[in-house]
Design a protein around this ligand. Structure first.
Ligand code: GDG
Length: 465
């Protein structure tokens, strides 16, 4: 590595999980997910490196090459995880950038840890990047990295992509040390967002907080032009299509339908158990439909997969309790022996099982209160080769801007949720097929590879795969 790597991805997590084999030896397995499948071929073809945390506390694993990608671990102590990750990233920035769905907590020691860890990421990146290399930094955990990296390595071409929403000006203004965060991002040459409005919020803030003069999609800062634009992320469509076409997934979908009661219509939610995802409101709306006898336990069933997430953060534990109490109440009031209206799974399922659930579903419920994009919506559409299945989709997701053939809904309004669920259940097969066909055409033409290439093209980085 004498000369360094010409392409470096920087993200909170490495694209692998570390496990221990039967001999006690460390093993790396590729972690699933669209970002990894999109970037892995590009990183590999360019002989690139990936800088990130292994996911384990106090892990001093050194660099390793896995599947042609150089991994550069950034170690985090338990205190770093408490303060930088669970604190500043997930209890301050996450709720504030999601429109204060929960109140953000502000702590000085979290901000200090966030800055220190961001500096470590910048230093680790500066140490492995070749002269003139392209660096792509990801997400809200690393907002300060672009400027820190530029100070260390002015020769680099730096891109940043934010996976979550970027808040309106008035909300961002609430953040302590807001100017530093903004200057952090302005260290990049290209700042990418999920939606055009987010890019506009960012540019407006450079005027409001730093007195800069933004143009349509750029701003001049310290004699450099920083471009801010939307690059809506997507999924590995081919992978979902391959799983959906497999006989195993079809068989599993048939089995699920039979188990749940062959003639009941299936509604499905798949989310990390997160307060941004609107799970509570969705379950409440479904309960009201049962209570009002708009639907009955004999006709419909809701499966909610709620994948455990950030369970050390108090707000997530409280959400879990509220959702589980509500599910218990609904099943108690409307269930029968051997037949309940809500199947709640606080578990992580395999990708194959998720696709089988997508295939078995009549109405997919994607109703976040706020979401940068929402990949589940796109996965559901990509899985439905049969062109059947309807989707209720929140207006407050990035996906709604692209998939407006879904039944769009305001998830803050339980009446509207109920209306949309009934409309999706009642839609004629022809209507459902026409909508699904249009949504599939869009997702097929805009997969995650397309997203990565558009971003790197705008950054001026040639992509060879
Ligand atoms: C952030 C932004 C943006 C979920 N449960 C299981 C499982 N999943 C998979 C889904 C999907 C992914 O996780 C979740 O992606 P989302 O986009 O829905 O949501 P976030 O995790 O909040 O992602 C979001 C995204 O970044 C990308 O930029 O769209 O707005 O918040 O792929 O299928 N996968 C498996 N088991 C599960 O139980 N295997």
């Amino acid at each position: 590595m004498a000369d360094g790597y010409s392409f470096v991805v920087v993200a909170n997590r490495l694209p692998v999980d570390r496990t221990t084999d039967e001999h006690g030896e460390a093993q790396w397995t590729r972690s699933p997910g669209g970002l990894v499948s999109a970037l892995e071929p590009i990183v590999r073809a360019s002989g690139g490196a990936w800088v990130g945390w292994t996911g384990a506390p106090d892990d001093d694993t050194g660099p390793a090459a896995v599947d042609g990608i150089q991994l550069q671990p950034v170690p985090l102590s338990s205190e770093d995880i408490d303060r930088y990750y669970e604190g500043q990233s997930n209890s301050t920035i996450w709720p504030l950038f999601h429109d204060l769905v929960e109140p953000p907590v502000h702590k000085r020691e979290w901000r200090q840890a966030y800055e220190a860890v961001n500096r470590r990421f910048a230093e680790a990146t500066a140490a492995v990047a070749a002269e003139g290399a392209a660096v792509w930094v990801h997400d809200y955990q690393l907002l300060l990295v672009p400027a820190m990296l530029r100070a260390l390595r002015p020769d680099l071409r730096i891109g940043f992509f934010l996976h979550i929403p970027f808040p309106p000006v008035e909300l961002f203004m609430q953040l302590p040390r807001r100017a530093e965060l903004l200057r952090g991002l302005l260290g990049a040459d290209l700042v990418g967002f999920q939606r055009p409005l987010a890019a506009q919020n960012f540019l407006q803030l450079t005027a409001r907080i730093l007195g800069l003069s933004p143009q349509e999609d750029s701003v001049v800062y310290e004699d450099r032009t920083v471009v801010a634009r939307a690059f809506p992320i997507s999924i590995d469509v081919a992978e979902i299509d391959r799983i959906a076409a497999s006989p195993g997934a079809q068989r599993e979908a048939d089995r699920l339908r039979a188990e749940l009661g062959g003639d009941r219509r299936l509604l499905l939610g798949v989310d990390r158990l997160d307060y941004t995802k609107g799970i509570e409101q969705r379950v409440e709306a479904f309960g009201e439909l049962l209570a009002e006898e708009a639907v009955s336990n004999d006709e419909v069933v809701l499966v909610q997969v709620a994948t455990p997430s950030r369970m050390r953060v108090a707000q997530y534990q409280q959400l879990r309790e509220r959702v589980e109490r509500e599910v218990g109440r609904i099943n108690g009031e409307h269930g029968a022996v051997g037949k309940v209206p809500v199947h709640y799974l606080f578990q992580s399922r395999s990708r194959e099982e998720l696709v089988a659930l997508y295939l078995a579903t009549d109405v997919m419920l994607v109703t976040p209160l706020r979401d940068g994009m929402n990949l589940v919506a796109k996965e559901f559409v990509a899985a439905r080769r049969d062109e059947l299945g309807a989707m209720v989709l929140s207006e407050f997701t990035g996906a709604a801007a692209e998939l407006d053939d879904a039944f769009l809904v305001n998830p803050h309004d339980v009446e509207d949720l109920k209306r949309a669920m009934v409309a999706a259940l009642d839609a004629s097969p022809d209507d459902r097929t026409a909508r699904m066909r249009r949504m599939r055409a869009h997702v097929q033409a805009h997969d995650v590879d397309h997203w990565a290439r558009e971003f790197l093209d705008a950054l001026g980085v040639p992509v060879h795969t």
